[in-house]
Write a protein that binds this ligand. Sequence first.
Ligand code: PRP
Length: 208
Amino acid sequence: MEGVFISQHPLVQHKLTLLRNRHTLSTQFRQIVRELAILLCYEATADLLISSVTVETPLGQAAGAEVQEAIGLVPILRAGLGMVDGIWEMLPSAEVWHIGLYRDEKTLRPIEYYNKLPVNPTVQVCLVLDPMLATGGSAVATVKLLKRWGANRIKFVGLIAAPEGVRALHTAHPDVPIHLAAVDDRLNENGFIVPGLGDAGDRQFGTA
Ligand code: PRP
């Protein structure tokens, strides 16, 4: 599917396997989410605009580059939080805008509970962060919010998706590239990705 990028990087696939393991404890789980977020962000930001600059080295002048675009990290609470810190280290001047959504257990529809976006957009590129793309409802709603805000370049960075979620996000927002570590088999009757990794929020925060 155009605009859907599944990382083939050996480190991503190795770490994802550790993450899926039911015996991986919270401390290690958090560390791996952080590392995977960095690796996927590296791939997702490969087309950032840069401008040419010159830099003085101790031995002379060298041609260099500077990232031109202001970047916003948009974690979807709560599970997206674990993807922020590692990426922020790579992009220290990024702004972080939290969006709070939870899924209604019965309808699986996203319910918004936190959004402090200012009136006007302050960034040019938004990276929406959420480890899980299940039905896609949360990601679709978040991208809609960001578009309404005025963001014009939006990318989704997640770890595992169900085919249903990829289709929903791609159909609703075909202009939004989707970066993932894996697309799994299906959703189960409770809206969980199978085989997936369980509940990414609970496993990160030790609330299972
Ligand atoms: C999970 C997950 C995503 C969402 C994905 O969050 O972290 O945000 O569900 O599902 P969707 O694609 O069907 O919308 P959850 O609602 O469990 O909240 P939490 O992160 O606070 O645990």
